[in-house]
Design a protein. Structure first.
Length: 313
């Protein structure tokens, strides 16, 4: 994976990087997962829990999480939910569960094989690969498949869609609960790859845009939480103006006088494209700028963010 990262770098198109990972790295990571995917890595015993939260926190996901952060070029303390949401990337566990069910289908479709004979021996076992499949189907609400000992591609596709939906609901819940994603929970409406990631070709601008969206930046609202002792939210004042205002993303984008010339250039361009932009509240302007899918507005905002962050150095 790291050889691939070194070769592609951050200059590579996001979609290309994702495709390379999915075609080269993921198959290696998930090789034989239809067998080892039923095991808990720590205890080396068969897993009993099938909740979305437990599956998501599995060590199996670490490679994917590392790659996702690399793609967005954000630090390791950045919100995992924010990172996954920006890329619209589902956890490995969904692929692992589907591979287990496909393997089960393969066994059922070959009743005269040695594999099927071993399966029949394990049918009455309590701690086996077979019992894991039974518990999994029970958890997913597909007991009838186990009772019939029959599964097809349509069933597997339905289960995959259900697993994805369950994860999206979990992601939404975790995003709302996160105290680091106060802005993001208002920005992000769909679990999908964000358009700006493919529109912005400049790696630096893309990185800064992402950092501002998921609060993985160096503004005082975020940096203050790592001070010793941590600053309370209300005292994380901007160090670049005398307004005694908390340096939030909104303050950086729309208020701080340090960036007044750059901001005027940005807002003039946006106002020409969106006539009622000036009538919006400051926070609504921030939400519009950071969630807009218009190419010109995205590039204009990215230029402002880059200029503003450079002015802070």
């Amino acid at each position: 994976m790291f050889s691939l990262i070194k070769y592609t770098g951050h200059q590579c198109n996001i979609n290309t990087s994702i495709n390379l990972f999915d075609r080269i790295v993921k198959p290696i990571c998930l090789y034989s997962s239809e067998i080892w995917g039923t095991l808990d890595l720590k205890s080396k015993k068969f897993r009993h829990s099938h909740t979305v939260e437990d599956l998501y926190k599995s060590p199996y996901e670490n490679v994917l999480k590392t790659h996702n952060r690399y793609l967005l070029n954000v630090h390791k303390k950045s919100s995992t939910m924010g990172v996954m949401g920006e890329l619209g990337r589902y956890p490995f566990q969904i692929e692992i569960i589907i591979s287990i069910l496909k393997y089960w289908k393969h066994i059922l479709n070959n009743p005269n094989s040695l594999l099927s004979a071993a399966y029949q021996i394990q049918l009455n076992g309590n701690l086996s690969w077979v019992s894991f499949v039974k518990d999994l189907l029970n958890h997913l609400g597909y007991n009838s498949l186990w009772e019939k000992q029959q599964v097809d591609e349509t069933n597997i596709s339905e289960i995959k869609a259900k697993l994805k939906l369950s994860f999206v609901k979990f992601w939404e819940s975790e995003t709302i609960k996160s105290n680091k994603l106060n802005l993001y929970k208002d920005l992000k409406t769909n679990f999908c790859l964000e358009p700006y990631l493919t529109i912005l070709k400049n790696p630096s601008q893309r990185k800064l845009f992402t950092q501002l969206r998921i609060s993985a930046h160096n503004l005082k609202i975020e940096r203050g939480r790592y001070c010793k002792p941590p600053l309370i939210r209300e005292e994380r004042f901007c160090e670049f103006c005398n307004d005694r205002k908390v340096e939030t993303e909104c303050h950086f984008l729309m208020e701080c006088p340090k960036y007044v010339e750059e901001r005027l250039e940005m807002t003039n361009i946006i106002s020409q494209l969106v006539p009622n932009f000036s009538n919006l509240s400051l926070y609504s302007k921030v939400l519009y700028i950071l969630s807009c899918e218009d190419t010109v507005i995205i590039k204009t905002a990215a230029k402002y963010i880059e200029q503003g962050m450079m002015a802070r150095m």
